[in-house]
Ligand binder design. Structure first.
Ligand code: MG
Length: 253
């Protein structure tokens, strides 16, 4: 069942997502060699609680932390650890969500730790661009798969691959609502997008093959070939004025 949001609900979702962006900005500024993923987790939760929000992932289906921090070949759902110190040349995907006044925000970005290999830098750029291309398709009258097709075609043209096992989602007063938003697909298929639909679009892009597996901790998804993976996520509302990227101040990225 799909819930279409009122303008007031979209404003609430914008506030929740603005908080996610603020926290991700702070985490990105902290990322450096020697910082642990545990340090990042602690700051993310403190900042959320000081703003009157709750971290959305902590306890979700038993997830043990506030932040998902996935390093290099880890795709998503990496569990923060005091033992995981970031090293020069790593990439780290930071995925964070909040619930603020009953509405969810969800976002992710992959950050470079110091100087990174050229191919890693290209992976980050292409994944960020694929997200922007997907978001631009979030328009009334388009079909759901137009989003995934835009992501997939940009990624594959760059020689990278799109993860199939994990997808984006509707978001509102629940973290995960219908519909699922795959990062691949045949254009012109799936539901017709309508005003009031709010989606979390979140391409996960692998440098090598698309295959992933989940580690014995039951959470951490890694690439099957051990090559790096990147993840960028934003929430978007479909409105009469076009795609409204939530938590993004006008004219800002
Ligand atoms: Mg999400």
């Amino acid at each position: 069942m799909i819930f279409y949001k009122s303008p007031a609900e979209i404003e609430s979702l914008d506030r929740a997502n603005a908080l996610v962006v603020k926290i991700l900005n702070a985490l990105e500024a902290m990322v450096a060699p020697g910082v642990t993923t545990w340090d990042l987790d602690r700051v993310s939760e403190e900042m959320a609680r000081k703003s009157g929000a709750r971290p959305a992932f902590k306890g979700y289906r038993g997830f043990p932390a506030a932040l998902c921090a996935s390093v290099n070949e880890e795709v998503i759902h990496g569990i923060p650890s005091k033992k995981r110190a970031l090293q020069e040349g790593d990439i780290v995907s930071l995925d964070f969500g909040v619930v603020l006044d009953g509405y969810y925000g969800d976002g992710a970005r992959t950050v470079a730790v110091g100087r990174i290999p050229k191919e890693s830098a290209r992976l980050l750029t292409v994944t960020r661009e694929s997200l922007e291309r997907g978001l631009a398709q979030a328009r009334a009258g388009n079909r759901l798969s137009d989003i995934g097709h835009a992501v997939q075609s940009h990624v594959e043209a760059a020689g990278f691959s799109v993860v199939r096992e994990f997808v984006g989602h509707g978001i509102g007063s629940a973290l995960h609502e219908d519909p699922q938003v795959p990062n691949y697909g045949t254009p012109g298929t799936g539901i017709v997008l309508k005003d009031g639909l709010v989606l979390a679009v979140e391409p996960m892009v692998n440098q090598g093959t698309p295959d992933v597996r989940v580690l014995a901790d039951g959470w951490t998804a890694v690439t099957a070939d051990g090559l790096p993976s990147a993840h960028f996520e934003r929430c978007v509302a479909i409105t009469a004025e076009g795609p409204r990227i939530l938590g993004r101040a006008p004219g800002r990225s």
